[in-house]
Design a binder for this molecule. Structure first.
Ligand SMILES: [Fe+2]
Length: 185
């Protein structure tokens, strides 16, 4: 399997949009923390998070291919089946794939919570991730109209891999704070 440096080069070779790169970096950071907590392979989980949306610009005009194209691409880079399936399943709603494993739920929940945390940071005066509190995010989570395209049910899948929502929020904020400069937040 390719290393982190090659993974980032591969990602940047396929994704132009800076915000999307940031989303991928945030997902990676959260997946690493989740893997540590669950005792899973940190590097594999991290790189799967980093690369989960690699095909998003290729499949822009046909969302029914999003994640399938990416999984094929990463298969060629030596990613194991469990990671490829997690990538496909993160677009499971559209592809008709049901998420089953902890890995699959972890990727979907991690990539989804990034949006809620960024949105929470951006409505604060300083727009800094350093100032984002667990309570602000859990409160925003209950406000349906806030960042309404963020699917709360997918975030709650964290419970299916044994992390309560509040813990998952805390872990995700900490993960993103660790790469604040990269995120520009
Ligand atoms: Fe994503």
């Amino acid at each position: 399997m390719i290393n982190r440096e090659k993974s980032l080069t591969l990602l940047k070779g396929h994704i132009q949009a800076e915000n999307l790169i940031k989303h991928c970096l945030a997902t990676e950071a959260i997946m690493r923390k989740v893997a540590q907590r669950l005792g899973k392979e940190v590097e594999l989980c991290g790189l799967t998070g980093l690369l989960h949306d690699i095909d998003l610009e290729i499949t822009r005009d046909d969302q029914s291919k999003h994640a399938l194209v990416g999984a094929d691409l990463l298969e060629k880079e030596g990613f194991p089946q469990e990671a490829l399936q997690a990538i496909r399943a993160h677009n499971g709603e559209r592809l008709g794939i049901e998420r089953q494993t902890e890995f699959e739920h972890a990727l979907a929940a991690s990539e989804t919570i990034t949006g809620l945390i960024v949105a929470t940071a951006l409505v604060q005066p300083e727009k800094k991730i350093a100032n984002v509190k667990i309570k602000s995010v859990t409160k925003r989570m209950k406000e349906k109209r806030f960042a309404e395209n963020v699917n709360r049910d997918i975030i709650k899948e964290c419970e299916l891999f044994g992390i309560p929502v509040e813990d998952f929020v805390a872990l995700s904020i900490t993960a993103m704070q660790g790469i604040a400069d990269d995120l520009g937040l």
